[in-house]
Design a protein around this ligand. Structure first.
Ligand code: COA
Length: 152
C-alpha cells in the first residue's frame, strides 16, 4: 500500500469531514474544514491511499509565532496500525518547520495508548496533565511537547 501525504484542498472537505465525524466524540463541524482551506495560520494535512484515492488520515497544525499545535489526528479504522499517523505527523511537522515552526505541542486523552505511542515515535514527551480537559467522556488530558533543541 502506498500512501501520499499532502495539504487539504477544497475538493477534500467532504471526505475530511466524514473522517472527523467517525473518529471523535466532539468532532469539528464541516464549516471548520471549509475555513481551514483558506487560513494562513493553520493547515489540515491528509493521508491518501494512492491506489484508491481514498482519504484515510488527517491532522491539523495551528501556528502561533514559532510553535505548532497539532490537533484532530485521525486515521480510518481499516487503515490503523500501518504507520500512517506516524508518517502524517512527521510530514506535517516537516512542512511547518519549513515555515519557521520550531516546537510542537498537543493534548491527548490519558487513556489513548495508541495515540500516545504515535506521538512518542514522533519525538514528543509528556509535559503535564490538564485535569478534566476532555468531555464525552470526561477525562484528563496529557500535554506533550517536542522541542527542536531536544532533537538536534
Ligand atoms: C491514534 C491513531 C491516529 C493512530 O493511527 P495509526 O495510523 O494506527 O498509528 P500508527 O500505525 O502510526 O502507530 C500506532 C502505534 O500504536 C501502537 N498501538 C496500537 N494499539 C495500542 C495499544 N492499545 N497500546 C499501546 N500501543 C498501541 C501500535 O503498535 C503502533 O506502534 P508501533 O509502530 O510501535 O507498533 C488512530 O488510532 C485513530 O485515528 N484513533 C482515533 C482518533 C484518535 O484517538 N486520535 C488521537 C487524538 S489525540
Amino acid at each position: 500500500m502506498s500512501i501520499i501525504y499532502r495539504t487539504i484542498t477544497a475538493d477534500d472537505i467532504d471526505e475530511a469531514s466524514e473522517l472527523e465525524q467517525s473518529s471523535f466524540a466532539d468532532p469539528w463541524p464541516r464549516s471548520a474544514f471549509e475555513e481551514i482551506v483558506d487560513k494562513r495560520d493553520a493547515d489540515y494535512y491528509l493521508a491518501e491511499d494512492e491506489e484508491t484515492g481514498r482519504l484515510v488520515g488527517g491532522c491539523v497544525v495551528f501556528r502561533i509565532i514559532d510553535e505548532g499545535d497539532i490537533m484532530n489526528v485521525a486515521v480510518n479504522r481499516d487503515y490503523r496500525g500501518r504507520g500512517i499517523a506516524t508518517g502524517l505527523i512527521r510530514y506535517a511537522m516537516e512542512r511547518n518547520e519549513e515555515m519557521g515552526i520550531r516546537d510542537f505541542t498537543l493534548e491527548v486523552r490519558v487513556s489513548n495508548a495508541p495515540a500516545i505511542r504515535v506521538y512518542e515515535k514522533c519525538g514528543f514527551e509528556s509535559a503535564g496533565i490538564r485535569p478534566g480537559f476532555y468531555d464525552h467522556p470526561k477525562e484528563d488530558g496529557l500535554v506533550m511537547w517536542r522541542y527542536k533543541e531536544d532533537i538536534e
